[in-house]
Design a protein around this ligand. Structure first.
Ligand code: XMP
Length: 321
């Protein structure tokens, strides 16, 4: 029988053995997994861990500030923030294929970590890279026995072949609920531990079509409204997560005031799940859906239609790409 504290003890011992007296970099995404992985490694090697937060421009509203403020306040970890917005947007220019996007994002993350490693050279040799890879990420990237590659998760199937780092992945055997318990055991605050999942490739895989700065701004606004309304309706713990997806290459005719509009649809994808391996679409109250729809179409000029995804997983996946 695995208890949470025995998982922590065992992982801390393993991390110490693997890293020895070396140093490690951990990419923080703002999500639960990387936060818990970092906290475990911090417990094991203390300030020989430096966290790197990559602002890749694919973040949701407020996310960067939240990591810089809340996570550092909770853990006292060393944090470096890298502004890599131009780099990621440049690399994604013209790309529409979902797997290609995922591979590019995975590769660019590593390039940024390599640069951070060079920048930190004066402080020592950061040879280890900590990642918050979970068991479902491994399985769905085709890493488990007899499984198909459904999507290349940015931190598994999306890694470049010439990786210079030795990976430290203390959550590789765990499911999300176990990760949350480990986070609580390590003393992380509820606001971090109970955060809904958000994928490493961020809004890049929620824009169907080419990712551009303008499209990201549109999606960020719509997403912030949906999150605000779901939170104020008290639904954060009922739903697992609710991706908001911009169908950037689709346009439809609408009417606003006296005028014709020709805007883009966004999709709401609220799901309920235990571990993200399977999911059901969440039956959100109509009045909440109405508020989200009204606000998005009023407040985001480029969006003139809000649609609801009522597909379970399988056959759909949670994210559209
Ligand atoms: P799918 O879309 O495969 O998503 O049903 C399952 C869960 O994983 C999240 N997800 C990711 N998380 N890197 C991550 O860290 C990724 O590349 C990635 N792709 C999907 C997704 O948000 C859902 O919670």
């Amino acid at each position: 029988q695995w208890t949470t504290s025995s998982i922590v003890d065992e992982q801390v011992a393993r991390i110490r053995e693997q890293i020895g007296d070396g140093k490690a970099i951990c990419g923080l995404s703002g999500g639960v997994d990387s936060a818990v992985a970092a906290a475990l490694v911090q417990r094991a090697i203390g300030d020989r861990l430096t966290c790197v937060f990559v602002d890749h421009g694919l973040l949701r509203a407020g996310e960067r500030a939240q990591v810089e403020r809340d996570y550092v306040a909770a853990t006292g970890v060393n944090l470096v923030t890298v502004d890599a917005r131009d780099r990621f947007l440049g690399a994604l220019k013209g790309v529409t294929d979902p797997e290609e996007k995922r591979k590019i994002i995975g590769r660019e993350f590593i390039r940024v970590f390599e640069q951070a490693e060079r920048d930190l050279k004066a402080e020592g040799d950061y040879r280890f890279l900590v990642q918050g890879t979970l068991y479902p990420d491994v399985v769905e990237s085709g890493g488990g026995a007899g499984t198909a590659n459904i999507k290349s998760h940015h931190n598994v199937g999306g890694l470049p072949d010439d990786l210079q780092f030795t990976l430290v992945e203390p959550l590789r055997a765990l499911f999300k609920d176990e990760v949350r318990r480990v986070g609580t055991e390590l003393g992380l605050p509820e606001t971090i531990v109970q955060r809904q999942p958000f994928p490493g490739p961020g809004l890049g895989i929620r824009i169907i079509g080419e990712v551009t700065g303008e499209r990201l701004d549109i999606l960020r606004k719509a997403d912030a409204i949906a999150r605000e309304e779901l939170t104020s309706a008290g639904l954060d713990r009922t739903i697992w997560q609710c991706p908001v997806v911009l169908l950037a290459d689709v346009r439809s005719v609408g009417v606003q005031g006296d005028g014709r509009t020709y805007g883009h649809p966004v999709v709401l994808r609220p799901v309920s799940s235990e571990d993200a391996m399977t999911a059901d679409w969440t039956r959100l109250p109509y009045d909440v859906l109405e508020r989200i729809s009204t606000r998005i179409t009023n407040e985001v000029a480029e969006v003139n239609r809000v649609v609801l995804d009522v597909t379970s997983k399988p056959p759909g996946t949670i994210e559209w790409e």
